[in-house]
Write a protein that binds this ligand. Structure first.
Ligand code: NAP
Length: 292
């Protein structure tokens, strides 16, 4: 589609944003459905975030994605939050509505959908171990609890941050009626066998294994139960060290490309009201990651 006087604009607010795959993914989807939309990178320095968010409304943007380091900082400038954004305290998608800007956290939906589509994993009644206690781990905890997981164990290198995640999220999830168990231990755990006893899913929500990140995952994988399935949120490189090790040991494991895809698909639908062409978006993402 040519950009013309009727083109509707969305973008991604981050600092930096030049590495983001979202412009490629969304513009391919708009082209495929012949929608007169355009998705642009919006590099915004931290001290400008308020002006930038207010600018979305003033400039008539349809909405935007929000990425590191702004996912929490945008919240004071929004009129309303969806459940995922409210529970995680983080927004990755903004939609302009007649009542003002509304914030969503489609990482929550994206993670859940990827678990189902890519691993065939349904969280209800399951025990899950999550590595990391940052924004991605928060989205995973909220997604798993909303989907009825019975127990979630957070392992974090900095144990205080793991405990803080539990103290923040447990009361919010209880208020929503979740009756599962949320606990935190240091990474690596003192008693790995106990932590993994009865676990069904392991999620890596740390950057360990990411391209250009040399630190290894501080978790010996030898003792992991053989029936465990593994979700690595890292997707660059597509065959992460964790995936390699899982495949070598015969464990079912996938990378985080599906989460990126499905959070994008959910945002696409919020902006356009149309179902996202996920095959097109997935093939653009896969090609780009392979060529990086
Ligand atoms: P974040 O908020 O900065 O949190 C990073 C977490 O990783 C912290 O818990 C940190 O532990 C831990 N960590 C960092 N280096 C580590 C190491 N060498 N060993 C053990 N733990 C380490 O980051 P985030 O936003 O949560 O993102 C985490 C990862 O998920 C990134 O790789 C990101 O690309 C990926 N992600 C993927 C998707 C997707 O769509 N697939 C979406 C979101 C995020 P401390 O607290 O001890 O520092």
């Amino acid at each position: 589609m040519e950009i013309d006087g009727k083109t509707r604009v969305v973008g991604i607010i981050g600092w930096p944003v030049s590495h983001s795959l979202s412009p490629l993914m969304h513009n391919a989807a708009f082209r495929h459905l012949r929608l007169n939309y355009c998705y642009i990178p919006l590099p915004v320095a931290p001290e400008k975030i308020g002006e930038a968010v207010r600018g979305l409304e003033a400039l008539g943007f349809v909405g935007a994605n929000v990425t590191i380091p702004h996912k929490e900082a945008v919240i004071p400038y929004l009129a309303e939050l969806d459940v995922g954004a409210e529970l995680t305290g983080a927004v990755n998608t903004i939609v302009r509505t007649p009542a003002g800007l509304k914030g969503y956290n489609t990482d929550v939906d994206g993670f859940l959908r990827s678990l189902k589509e890519d691993l065939g994993f349904v969280p209800i009644g399951k025990k899950v171990v999550i590595l990391g206690a940052g924004g991605a781990a928060r989205a995973a905890v909220v997604a798993l609890a909303l989907a009825g997981a019975a127990a979630i164990v957070v392992l974090n290198r900095n144990p205080a941050r793991g405990r803080a995640l539990c103290e923040l999220l447990a009361p919010r999830l209880r208020e929503r009626g979740w009756q599962g168990e949320l606990t935190a231990f240091p990474l690596p755990p003192e008693d790995e066998e106990k932590v993994f006893q009865g676990a069904n899913l392991l999620v890596n929500a740390t950057p360990a294994g990411m391209e250009g990140f040399t630190a290894e995952l501080p978790l010996p994988l030898e003792q992991l139960p053989g029936e465990l399935v593994v979700y690595d949120m890292v997707y660059n490189p597509p065959m992460t060290p964790l995936l390699q090790e899982c495949r070598r040991r015969g464990l079912q494991a996938v990378n985080g490309l599906g989460m990126l895809l499905y959070q994008g698909a959910a945002a696409f639908t919020l902006w356009t009201g149309r179902e996202a062409p996920v095959e097109i978006m997935a093939s653009v993402l896969a090609k780009q990651v392979e060529n990086q």
